[in-house]
Every structure is written in structure tokens, then in C-alpha cells.
Design a protein around this ligand. Structure first.
Ligand SMILES: Nc1ncnc2c1ncn2[C@@H]1O[C@H](COP(=O)(O)OP(=O)(O)OP(=O)(O)O)[C@@H](O)[C@H]1O
Length: 255
């Protein structure tokens, strides 16, 4: 299902934090938001999972303004791995993942066998099959993250929204998460700090700078040394990855 954000403005504490933002993820595409700290990535994503309300503009999912949809219907369309990743759930891992099934239930209905299967499959897909009975609050940051991703997958949404999903993950789990997202073939909008991961994963990138989109397109067209210097203030060469052929950004860490 296609996502289109049109002329989005978000005002926080009286300040316009993002404005005039237009971006898209076509049906089945993985679209990445990249940009320096404070450029507005989380703010944009929060409007897509309805944690923040736009001051102006619209978020269309499958052509419908999200805010016109009842909460359960919008939760069947959009699932999120948000930045706020509470550690306070005194629940088992399985119960946290089962929360993803809520939008499909009538009030007070319990989990049925089909739900249990979906929850088990979601836990397996993030490599945590054995962890169902563990207490969520007793997990490491990276494990919690994978449980919350499993919850989003159990929600079986048309659109996945992920804020910095590789945060906290060791390199093997980063690679596994990226291949899991590729294999999903689901419309995905995500923010990433790792520009090389973004270049490898995303069909389309949108670059945010000071609350505005300053470039959009295929990673190899967008991630140029000039843009990296202008937006991120770093010196870098962009070469071809010797194993995959993806663009590979070689940063000059000496400045
Ligand atoms: N509740 C708030 N009130 C006022 N300003 C806020 C609030 N939340 C965020 N901001 C500001 O909005 C701007 C964008 O923040 P946002 O978290 O969207 O950026 P980001 O690109 O996700 O950053 P990062 O890469 O550091 O996660 C920042 O300048 C931030 O200080």
C-alpha cells in the first residue's frame, strides 16, 4: 500500500520542526529517511504512526488520510517500531508480541490458535523463538528491539514504519534485520543513521535537513560526496561495494 506525505508541517512547543515535507513510498517499496541529528526524521515518522498530529498537510496511506480512519483500521494498515521503546512492560515476550493482534479483535476477545501461530512465526522471524516466556523488561536493548519488531510483524500491516531499527543491534543482527525487511516485500518507511545500510536496503531515499526534504531518489543518485558534505558536513568518497555492487560510502574519519 502506497504512502504519500503531502506538505507536512509539525509544530512542537510553538516551533515548526518540519515543514513542506513531501515524500512517498510506493507500494512494496522500502523508502529511507536519512539526515543529521535533529533534522526531523522521527517527527515525520511519528505522524505516520499517529503519535503526532500534523499542523498542516496530510499522511495518505493507500490514498486515505490516516486521520480519517478509525484507530483499529489505521492499526491494520500501519505498524511501527517506534523510538520510544519502553522497558516497563511487566509482560512475557509472547504477550508483548500478541499485542500486535489487538486491531483484529473484538473487545475482550482472547487469543485463538491462529493468533498463537502468527505470534510464534513473528518471534521465529526475529530469531527469538526460545524467548516467549521471558520477561520483556529483563531483556537487553537489542533483544527488546527485536521483540518489538516481532510485535509490528504480528500486526500484519500493509505498511511498516521503523525508527532507527538497527539501533542497539550487533552487526550480525543488523544484517539479519535488513534481510528480514527485504524479504517482507511490504511497503516500509524507515529512518536510518547508517548510510551504507540505507544505500544497500532502500529503493528510495529522502534526505531531511533542518526540517525539510532536500533530496529524494535512488540511493546512488542521492548519496553523492557533495550532498554528504553539504548536509552531513563530512568528507567522503562514494565507491562500489566490492561484494554487492551497492554504493559504499567511505568516510574520511580524519576530517
Ligand atoms: N517535544 C518537542 N518539543 C520541541 N521540540 C522538539 C520536540 N521533540 C523534538 N523536537 C525538536 O524537533 C527537531 C527534530 O527532532 P527529531 O527527533 O524529529 O529529529 P531526528 O532527525 O529524528 O533526530 P535524531 O537523528 O537525533 O534522532 C529537533 O530539533 C528536536 O529538538
Amino acid at each position: 500500500m502506497r504512502i504519500a506525505i503531502e506538505d507536512l508541517e509539525v509544530v512542537l512547543s510553538g516551533r515548526s520542526v518540519v515543514s513542506g515535507v513531501r515524500l512517498i513510498a510506493e507500494d512494496g517499496e522500502i523508502a529511507g529517511l536519512v539526515g543529521p541529528n535533529g533534522s526531523g526524521k522521527s517527527t515525520v515518522l511519528r505522524t505516520v504512526y499517529r503519535y503526532l498530529r500534523p499542523h498542516a498537510g496530510r499522511v495518505l496511506v493507500g490514498g486515505t488520510d490516516l486521520r480519517a480512519l478509525p484507530a483499529a483500521e489505521s492499526a491494520r494498515r500501519v505498524a511501527a517500531l517506534p523510538q520510544e521503546r519502553g522497558s516497563d512492560f511487566e509482560l512475557s515476550v509472547r504477550a508483548v508480541v500478541a499485542m500486535g493482534r489487538t486491531p483484529y479483535k473484538r473487545a475482550f476477545a482472547g487469543d485463538d490458535a491462529a493468533d498463537a501461530e502468527i505470534v510464534a512465526a513473528a518471534l521465529a522471524s526475529v530469531g527469538l523463538s526460545g524467548a516467549g516466556r521471558r520477561r520483556f523488561s529483563a531483556l537487553s536493548g537489542g533483544e527488546r528491539q527485536r521483540v518489538l519488531l516481532a510485535r509490528a510483524l504480528a500486526q500484519d500491516p500493509k505498511v511498516l514504519v521503523l525508527d532507527e531499527p538497527t539501533n542497539h543491534l550487533d552487526v550480525r543482527h543488523q544484517v539479519e534485520l535488513l534481510s528480514l525487511l527485504r524479504a517482507q516485500r511490504r511497503t516500509t518507511l524507515l529512518s536510518l543513521h547508517d548510510l551504507n545500510a540505507a544505500a544497500s536496503l532502500c529503493d528510495r531515499l529522502h534526505v531531511l535537513h533542518e526540517g525539510a526534504v532536500v533530496a529524494s531518489g535512488k540511493p546512488r543518485d542521492v548519496l553523492t560526496p557533495e550532498l554528504l558534505a553539504e548536509v552531513f558536513g563530512v568528507r567522503a568518497a562514494v565507491v562500489e561495494h566490492p561484494l554487492t555492487g551497492d554504493p559504499l560510502i567511505a568516510f574520511d574519519h580524519r576530517g
